[in-house]
Design a protein around this ligand. Structure first.
Ligand code: AVJ
Length: 309
């Protein structure tokens, strides 16, 4: 990381810690341990999104491939373990695969594993903060498929998601498109269980943000003094994750500090859930002119291809 990027992140973190209520961006979950903890979450019985999305991708692969038609390059956003793209690589055989993620260490190992199995595809790992604008000047003349699986779009507010879709639609230049997975609104108990698993992996994942921050900015968060709290906000259709102080405490970092009182919370994540109709509308509003959707038998999760007529 360059010094300029580092100091910008530092500033963003401190602004969040000083805000009322305090907040930490979910992108700070993903250091190497956090990425592994998220991997573990995807194996949990309670955490259905990864499993259900994989099922849709497998059972609807022929239709999905037909909708996408011919493309040159797959650009995966938030690629993580680079495993979710495998069925697409098999069915589409693109010339190029580009994996974007916030955590480069984890991404590079994942990409090396993938490249081993697909030596003919040109592959590139790119550290990218997708809360910033994305530009692909060197792909101007290529047909791009943006692949954004895993429902990570849920971390954005709906207006932020719309802005990202508009950015991607523009970078498509009228061909290719966006294949995206999103979690749907459902029974509140099913939703809340997915973020309050019985093994406490999600709690560890949430708390790890404090450990990561301690490394990044030299803060002295005491992890045992915080607890995981997650619930579904029915007004805003989102899971909210917070860390709650279990005692009064002073947290310091070079150049600053903050007093937290018992019960005070740090907001660490929103995970928005959508209806099929709302999500489709957003994709169209962003400039895609043809949207095709697939779901599972329980309408638990949605896979969409947004392209151009
Ligand atoms: C990676 C953002 C899709 O919101 O479900 C999992 C992250 N947080 N358990 C999600 C997460 C807690 C996950 N996304």
């Amino acid at each position: 990381m360059t010094l300029a990027i580092k100091s910008k992140l530092f500033q963003e973190i401190i602004e969040g810690l000083q805000a009322n209520p305090a907040s930490i961006s979910p992108k700070f979950f993903y250091d190497e341990l956090g990425s592994s903890l998220f991997q573990a979450i995807t194996h949990l019985e309670e955490y259905y999104p990864t499993r259900v999305e994989r099922g849709i991708m497998q059972s609807k692969l022929a239709q999905i491939t037909e909708a996408i038609a011919a493309i040159d390059v797959i650009v995966e956003i938030g690629a993580g373990n680079c495993e979710k793209v495998r069925p697409l690589l098999d069915s589409i055989l693109p010339k190029q695969y580009r994996a974007l993620d916030i955590s480069l260490e984890f991404l590079e190992t994942s990409l090396a594993n993938l490249h081993h199995d697909y030596p003919a595809i040109d592959m590139q790992a790119i550290a990218a903060d997708i809360t910033q604008e994305l530009l692909f000047p060197d792909l101007q003349d290529q047909k791009i498929l943006f692949f954004y699986p895993g429902s990570s779009i849920g971390n954005f507010t709906p207006p932020e998601a719309l802005r990202l879709f508009s950015n991607l639609a523009r970078e498509c230049h009228g061909s290719g498109g966006l294949l995206i997975g999103v979690d749907l609104v459902k029974d509140i108990q099913v939703l809340e269980r997915a973020y309050n698993d019985s093994l406490g992996v999600t709690a560890a994942f949430n708390l790890n943000a404090l450990r990561h921050l301690n490394h990044l900015i030299g803060s002295n968060f005491s992890i045992p003094d915080w607890e995981h709290y997650a619930f579904f906000n029915q007004t805003l259709d989102r899971i909210e994750m917070h860390l709650r102080a279990q005692s009064d405490q002073l947290v310091s970092w070079p150049g600053g500090h903050r007093q937290f009182h018992v019960g005070e919370m740090i907001h660490t994540e929103n995970s928005y859930k959508y209806s099929k109709a709302t999500f489709r509308k957003m994709l169209q509003e962003a400039g895609f002119t043809k949207v095709t959707t697939w779901t599972d038998l329980e309408s638990s999760f949605l896979v969409c291809f947004a392209g151009f007529k």
